[in-house]
Design a protein around this ligand. Structure first.
Ligand code: C2E
Ligand code: MG
Ligand code: MG
Ligand code: MG
Length: 277
């Protein structure tokens, strides 16, 4: 069939298409439909206060239930959604879902929970974010401080002036802002100087080797102390062992998130977990 479309096409189909490109095209074609057909779901991963071991909130993590491939993780489709522009409607959907959830938690045992949502670079730099947030917070009557937006260093650094303006606007509304994957960019310290934020999330890459790599242990301890001296909270990502948890607690890290406590899970399961504590 490809051959009948001519020489150029034949070459395209037969020689150059490796598996990665193929998967990418397949997922991209299917992504727009996926949003219409409600194939996305928000999973929640608990965030635990280290001093008390209590769940104080969750991070919302997107999952795609693909009809043939099964569950597809965000690392496989967020970059594609970002490039193709689908990230804007998809990001809107995530914020809507998150705000509806926060509204549904105004009930005994759940009303204290904070919900963190990841923002993509395009969402941060587009004009639609603030009006959408204002509408959602108003329509759902949400306490803004219960919503936390996670922004990566690289997203913010794409356009530092705009980012700074956006973060000022978010904070003036009382919405919390966290830097995701802290320490993995080239400009972590300038970020702290440039932007007003509430919290940093220490990247899993530093937490992983706390026990075996003395340099990582020093970096994590110093990052926690630095954040605290600037008045910022600290969440450690990717905590998998009791030794990592104990180290972080000893260094006065505020909160942690990771497989040691729980994997990302469906909403109902998260709510049951909080209520049974
Ligand atoms: P992230 O925001 O840094 O999220 C943390 C990732 O680490 C999640 O992967 C989580 O499942 C994983 N994780 C948590 N604890 C552990 C642990 O103890 N060990 C290990 N090995 N991994 C752990 P996930 O859910 O696959 O998400 C990957 C990335 O996709 C996220 O990284 C975030 O950048 C992006 N993402 C997820 N949901 C959204 C969304 O709604 N919007 C946008 N723009 N990006 C999203
Ligand atoms: Mg995150
Ligand atoms: Mg992260
Ligand atoms: Mg990440």
């Amino acid at each position: 069939a490809a051959k009948s479309q001519g020489r150029g096409n034949f070459q395209f189909f037969s020689a150059e298409m490796n598996t990665a490109t193929h998967e990418r095209l397949m997922l991209e074609n299917r992504l727009w439909q996926a949003l219409e057909q409600n194939e996305f779901e928000l999973y929640l991963q608990p965030q635990v206060e280290l001093a008390t071991q209590r769940i104080i909130g969750a991070e919302a993590l997107l999952r795609w239930h693909h009809p043939e491939l099964g569950m597809v993780g965000p690392d496989r489709f967020i970059p594609i959604a970002e490039e193709s522009g689908l990230i804007l409607p998809l990001g809107d959907w995530v914020l809507q879902r998150a705000c509806a959830l926060l509204a549904s938690w105004r009930t005994p045992g759940l009303a204290h929970l904070r919900l963190a949502v990841n923002l993509s670079a395009r969402q941060c730099h587009g004009p639609g974010l603030l009006p959408q947030l204002d509408k959602l917070l108003h329509d759902h009557g949400i306490e803004p401080a219960l919503l936390e937006l996670e922004i990566t260093e690289s997203a913010a650094m794409q356009d530092p002036e705009r980012s700074r303006a956006l973060l000022d606007q978010l904070r003036s509304r009382g919405i919390k802002v966290a830097i995701d994957d802290f320490g993995t960019g080239y400009s972590s310290l300038s970020y702290l100087k440039l932007f007003e934020i509430d919290r940093i999330k220490i990247d899993r890459g530093f937490v992983k080797d706390i026990e075996s790599d003395p340099n990582d242990a020093v970096i994590v301890a110093a990052t926690i102390a630095l954040a605290h001296s600037l008045g910022l909270g600290v969440v450690a990502e990717g905590v998998e062992t009791e030794a990592q948890r104990d180290f972080l607690r000893a260094k006065l890290c505020d909160e942690a998130q990771g497989y040691l406590f729980a994997r990302p899970m469906p909403v109902a399961q998260f709510e049951a977990m909080v209520l049974s504590e």
